[in-house]
Design a protein around this ligand. Structure first.
Ligand code: NAD
Length: 510
């Protein structure tokens, strides 16, 4: 049984901060709710029922100018603080995220259709830990002294870039936002965040929660609205010194081109097509659990989803029986139901695109693993988790990002063939391998053309571990020490111990 649309709207109002008002949800600028300008609104749709959840304010260029002015003033003060004081505020934000976990998670479930099973637990905890990890770096931003010629000293110091423009996708709204805000704040920057149009809610509430926890006004501003208008204006704004973007490769390429033209620092986390390699010596039961989680968690809408199963020919039939048994037990349904594991896809458009790809594939002769059919609700934007058998690795379905609960299966004869197939996509975000042979694991890890390799594990993440892709999967890294450097300018400072001597000698006689 699905909760009705009336109940869902009531639930939204129950968890959303009451001081935001009862009408169109406002913007968050300079530590306060700001009502949308007349006519500047869009609807956020609940993907489980496919109906409008709430009307949300869309930012204008004037709103962006206000946010930039607020961010500039706030950022100067923020960087003047002792790093330990910044850390204390960031830890309070982490605690506040835990205090409001039920509300923040519920918003992502209503807005993105991501099951509550995950949003109020794993997602909110991950968001809190991102703030805690980066809080621990604020008083460790050490410059270094470099030995140069005797009589001179040279050091490098780190300084914030100033204002970071952060643009996020809809698949993990809260954690994507936290992953961009936390490193930017820790390094002394201010943030202007534009969430995806499909999922505007949790970022607004996160900004409010951070403010309650003591984050000074102006350091975090949330401007909802469309990518080509307000997103583009953020990328082009001359006072925004860095862009950090997560989303599709096509949009990322356009943003990279603009940012490059303006000589701005840019981090791009883009699409993926993870090869999930199962060698003949793998613990097959564990690998089957991992594949099903990796491919169908979040209805397959994960950039690192194990959407290409590459399995050793000798164990393929046995392995597919295990996968099929597990898929049969997946419960798809109302994401507000704590037992639901697979919810809807994000939108009618996205559902239709995925279904069209499935139809095309089936018309071309691809056969789904029938035993693994999952019943999905008729309403909303659901797509049944589906596994296509014996797919030529060169087939578009096996090379292109579908971003839905679809897996292609290709068989291989040896490790060399597995790694060759795995690398044969334009993307390079993650590779997964299941094997009990350490040498095979090492060989595949070294040869994988991807920023992440998971050996006998999937989707392991930690704020301390850098995250980013090779090839068409992106530029730059999030998380870890790397994220800290990518949010800062490096300044080289030289000084002379004594009197500087010109290499030209004294041109003017004493
Ligand atoms: P998208 O590229 O359509 O949109 C992402 C964001 O960019 C949204 O906020 C959107 O409004 C904004 N945008 C769109 N056009 C813009 C423009 N011209 N200028 C500025 N901003 C613009 O992606 P999506 O559909 O929201 O998300 C799915 C994609 O994200 C998938 O390709 C997925 O692989 C990728 N993704 C990657 C990672 C990663 O870490 N590599 C993580 C999550 C999602």
């Amino acid at each position: 049984m699905f909760q009705s649309m009336t109940d869902r709207r009531a639930l939204l109002r129950e968890v959303f901060p009451a001081d935001a008002g009862e009408d169109t949800l406002p913007l968050w600028i300079n530590g306060a709710w700001v009502a949308a300008s007349p006519g500047q609104v869009f609807d956020s749709v609940d993907p489980a029922l496919g109906e409008t959840l709430v009307s949300v304010g869309s930012a204008t260029r004037e709103n962006l100018e206000d946010a930039v002015a607020a961010a500039q003033g706030a950022q100067r003060e923020w960087w003047r603080l002792d790093g330990q004081d910044r850390a204390r505020i960031m830890r309070r934000i982490a605690d506040a995220i835990r205090d409001y976990a039920q509300a923040l998670g519920t918003l992502d479930t209503l807005d993105a259709g991501r099951p509550i099973h995950d949003t109020i637990t794993r997602d909110t905890e991950r968001a809190a830990r991102l703030f805690e990890f980066f809080a621990g770096t604020t008083d460790r931003l050490r410059g270094v002294s470099i030995p140069v010629q005797p009589g001179r000293s040279n050091s490098i110091e780190y300084e914030p870039i100033g204002i970071v423009g952060a643009i996020t996708p809809w698949n993990y709204p809260l954690t994507n936002a936290a992953g961009k805000i936390a490193p930017a704040l820790a390094t002394g920057n201010a943030v202007i965040l534009k969430p995806a149009e499909e999922t505007p809610l949790s970022a607004l509430m996160l900004a409010w929660v951070a403010h309650q926890a003591g984050l000074p006004a102006g350091l975090l501003n949330v401007l909802n609205g469309s990518g080509p208008t307000i997103g583009d204006a953020i990328v082009r704004h001359r006072d925004i010194g860095k862009i950090t973007f997560t989303g599709s490769t096509s949009v990322g390429r356009g943003i990279g081109t603009l940012a490059g033209g303006a000589l701005k620092s840019v981090t791009l986390e883009l699409g993926g097509k993870t090869g999930f390699i199962v060698l003949a010596d793998a613990d097959l039961e564990r690998a089957a659990d991992a594949l099903v989680f990796s491919a169908f968690n979040n209805a397959g809408q994960t950039c690192t989803a194990g959407s290409r199963l590459l399995v050793a020919d000798s164990v393929a039939d046995a392995f597919l029986r295990m996968v099929s048994a597990r898929i049969g037990r997946i419960r798809a349904g109302d994401p507000l139901d704590p037992d639901t594991l697979v919810g809807p896809t994000i939108s009618a458009r996205h559902r239709d695109q995925i279904r069209a790809r499935m139809k095309e594939a089936e018309a071309a002769g691809l056969v789904p693993l029938d035993a693994a059919r999952v019943a999905v609700p008729e309403q909303g934007f659901f797509v049944p988790p589906t596994v296509y058998l014996d797919v030529d690795p060169a087939h578009a379905l096996a090379r292109e990002e579908i971003f839905g609960p679809i897996v292609t299966v290709s068989r291989f004869r040896d490790v060399d063939e597995a790694i060759a197939i795995s690398n044969a996509t334009p993307y390079g975000l993650a590779t997964t391998v299941f094997t009990t042979n350490i040498q095979s694991a090492r060989r595949i890890s070294r040869r994988a053309q991807s920023g992440i390799v998971w050996v006998n594990t999937v989707h392991s993440l930690h704020p301390g571990s850098p995250y980013g892709g090779y090839k068409q999967s992106g530029v730059g890294l999030e998380m870890g020490e790397e994220a800290i450097r990518q949010h800062m300018h490096i300044k080289t400072i030289w000084s002379e111990d004594g009197d500087w001597q010109s290499p030209w000698g004294a041109l003017v006689p004493a």
